[in-house]
Design a protein. Structure first.
Length: 674
RNA sequence: GCGCCCGUAGCUCAGCUGGAUAGAGCACCGGCCUUCGAAGCCGGGUGUCGCAGGUUCGAAUCCUGCCGGGCGCACCA
């Protein structure tokens, strides 16, 4: 935990600059803090002297020197130096730094106030989850963990689109193509892997439509049936959605992904959330009734391309749009169709309003499933149960949805502004990410290699397609990973019990997938490659786990051999010579581990600001790497000098605690052996 | 046409609010298991940071314009 110290240091430097140069709060430069290339150079550094050089008309080195002279004392700082380069290098007081953190009495940052809602997963409940969905869930769940670590109360919602085209299509498959009754569908659900069955069926429905476009009218009719209810098709849809959602929850549970609330689109419709939102929008003038043009008869929302201002208009091509008067084309988004039905955007606006507590209406709630940690609640239309926590009404909202939804998400923010809630718009985040595609090798393995010479074959990756049934199912991937991990674990631990091996293999598999899905930046298309994702070596989740397992083993041995536990090591530190930690022999490796381990809060802060989890993944990996290198270079248990051994052990205590925490933030647990 | 994203080593990618010699993993070659576990460690090299300007003491990072690729701009969800 180093953030609070950084704040103190910044404040102190501001103080120093104020007295030294008479700078005012307006003229004070921001203090950029960074880490010098080596610990021998310092622990923290700032290039602030460069910043001031011009203003003060002095050489950076000279300014740095003056700051050093005027620095005075700051708790936690042992030494401050002006480097020849002009950098200002700060050396920390190492022993108190480590001791405070081991005793967990180092300061932490106070959390911001207000609840956050994170919506993620939101898989259409009509077929098995695939690798693309996993990216959403892995990002979403990591976001949840990171926010909670920061002390922010988080409500996790999984949106279930039970009334959409995709569910309707599967119902068409069962009812129209196969002529199945509801009872027969139920029987199939009992006797098959239902989500897989529907995966194949959905692909067949897609082909069936493709063969004869007029068959699409079945979809329209089915959507109508589902929306209006009171018929066997609607019952079938409800049954299918419910069953598939349960399979999704089971799949996600395997990956340590969990939710607080399932919000069902059907409830939003039946509870007429939209009607309520519509009143709000009309009252604020955010939507209006279009009387002319091609959108006549629709309620529309004007779209503002938030370009800065009147760019020199190239009025050439809009010459025929004379009736608009304005040369800039005024674009409008339909919210209510001319037939009176509401569009997807409309529904989403209502939902978003509810999330932010701006709707003035609430769902009813029912227990959807029982879990060890308590009931999982879902929305419902009527009746419902009492005893549920309050839902909705958040200060912050994160919608985890892929980048293709950017336009719609932008409209949501605009609707909030138009309805007079600019601050709510500011607190609405579209957490977007790019798609998952397949590498050519993996597509080939799955028997979906694009035809040679085709457009698809030229692209660097192959698109997944639920409609064609092309993709890697999440559970298949996990199963493959687990079985591979299992043989590895069994080979390495021949004496281990089967149940333990299985449990460990599962943890390793989860680490492999989740790390893999997190380590890329959000804007990158992942060309998913089975072999690469299955790798347990190099930059991978299992690598990080392995480092912690080794660290844990050290303490197990320490306990067995010397009868000394963690607490005893920590308790003995103050009476030891601190030379080993202070690097009296010129070796700062041990201290480097401590300092790096302390950065977790800084990393988390950065992750929340940038919403870029690759930062967290890379941090965990580099910390594990640093530990592994140290582990090979320096003995801990077998070190003969008592003080050196204990300081090393103490540093490792802190490091493994932080690394375990970092893994937990990624949803990864650490096995006892692997 | 407009908007957003991507372009860094052979491949896949990091590089945060500009700052000290541009980094990892994979692949390739060589070394290290009688000392805390080799899913590991050590060594070996390669870069017009897409191109061109600009801002700056300083640019992979910020700005502008190009080039190449992707996605989005429905009375579909």
């Amino acid at each position: 935990m180093i953030l609070p110290f950084q704040q103190q240091l910044r404040a102190h430097l501001h103080q120093v600059l104020t007295t030294l140069y008479g700078l005012t709060p307006e003229t004070l430069p921001a203090i950029v803090l960074e880490y010098p290339p080596t610990r021998a150079l310092g622990d923290l550094a700032t290039p602030v002297a460069f910043e001031l050089a011009r203003r003060l008309k002095k050489a950076p080195r000279a300014i740095a020197q003056e700051i050093v002279t005027g620095f005075g004392a700051l708790d936690g700082v042992r030494l401050i130096q002006a480097a020849p380069s002009g950098h200002l290098n700060v050396f920390l007081d190492r022993v108190p730094f480590l001791l405070a953190r081991l005793r967990q009495d180092a300061a932490t940052l106070p959390p911001p106030s207000g609840k956050a809602i994170v919506e993620h997963t939101a898989i259409n409940p009509n077929k098995a989850a695939h690798i693309g969905h996993l990216r959403n869930s892995a990002l979403g769940d990591t976001l949840v963990r990171v926010l909670r670590y920061r002390g922010i109360p988080v409500e996790v919602q999984n949106y279930i689109d039970d009334t959409g085209v995709q569910v309707a299509d599967v119902v068409v498959g069962f009812r129209v193509i196969e002529g199945k009754s509801l009872a027969e569908i139920r029987a199939i659900a009992e006797t098959t892997r239902f989500d897989y069955h529907c995966w194949d069926l959905y692909a067949r429905v897609g082909e069936w439509y493709g063969d004869d476009k007029t068959r699409l009218e079945h979809r329209a009719r089915m959507l109508h049936d589902i929306e209006h209810g009171g018929n066997e098709n609607a019952e079938a849809a409800a049954f299918i959605a419910d069953r598939i959602v349960r399979t999704h929850l089971a799949t996600m549970a395997r990956l340590n992904v969990d939710y607080d609330l399932l919000t069902w689109e059907g409830d939003i419709l039946r509870l007429k959330f939209w009607a309520q939102a519509f009143e709000v929008l009309k009252a604020s003038g955010a939507v209006f009734f279009q009387t002319e043009g091609r959108l006549a008869g629709c309620w529309v929302m004007p779209i503002h391309d938030d370009v800065t201002d009147a760019a020199p208009a190239e009025a050439t091509e809009t010459a025929d749009a004379t009736e608009d008067g304005d040369d800039a084309e005024q674009r409008e988004k339909v919210i209510v169709r001319s037939n009176g039905t509401v569009t997807y955007v409309g529904k989403d606006i209502a939902y978003q309003f509810w999330k932010l507590g701006l709707l003035g209406r609430d769902f009813n709630y029912r227990v959807f499933a029982e879990r060890p940690q308590g009931p999982l609640w879902a929305t419902c239309t009527e009746g419902g149960q009492t005893g549920h926590p309050p839902y909705g009404g958040a200060a912050y909202v994160y919608n985890v949805i892929d980048v293709r939804q950017s336009y719609l998400q932008k409209l949501l923010k605009q609707a909030l502004i138009a309805a007079g809630h600019p601050e709510a718009s500011e607190h609405s985040h579209h957490f977007s990410y790019e798609m998952v595609a397949l590498s050519h090798a993996t597509a080939r393995e799955l028997g979906h290699a694009p035809a040679p010479g085709s457009e698809e074959a030229k692209k660097p990756f192959v698109e997944v397609s639920g409609r064609k049934g092309l993709g890697v199912k999440a559970d298949d991937l996990l199963d493959t990973l687990i079985s591979k991990a299992r043989t590895e674990v069994a080979n390495r631990n021949p004496e281990a019990a089967d149940a333990d091996v299985a449990r460990t293999a599962h943890m390793i598999a989860v680490a492999a997938v989740r790390y893999f899905l997190i380590k890329f930046t959000r804007g990158k298309i992942i060309a998913f490659d089975l072999d690469e994702a299955l790798s347990f070596e190099g930059e991978s989740g299992p690598y990080v786990q392995y480092a912690v397992v080794r660290a844990n083993n050290i303490f197990q041995k320490l306990q067995q051999r010397d009868g000394v536990d963690e607490a005893a090591v920590v308790a003995s530190l103050p009476s030891l010579s601190p030379d080993a930690l202070n690097g009296e022999d010129g070796d700062h490796d041990l201290w480097a581990l401590v300092l790096e381990a302390a950065r977790l809060d800084e990393i988390v802060d950065q992750v929340i600001r940038s919403l870029e989890f690759s930062v967290l993944a890379k941090y965990a990996f580099s910390l594990a790497q640093a530990f592994n290198a140290f582990y090979h270079r320096s003995q801990i248990l077998n070190e003969e000098r008592d003080d050196v051994r204990r300081w090393r052990a103490a540093a490792i205590v802190y490091l493994r605690r932080q690394l375990t925490q970092a893994l937990d933030l990624m949803g990864v647990a650490v096995p006892s052996r692997m």
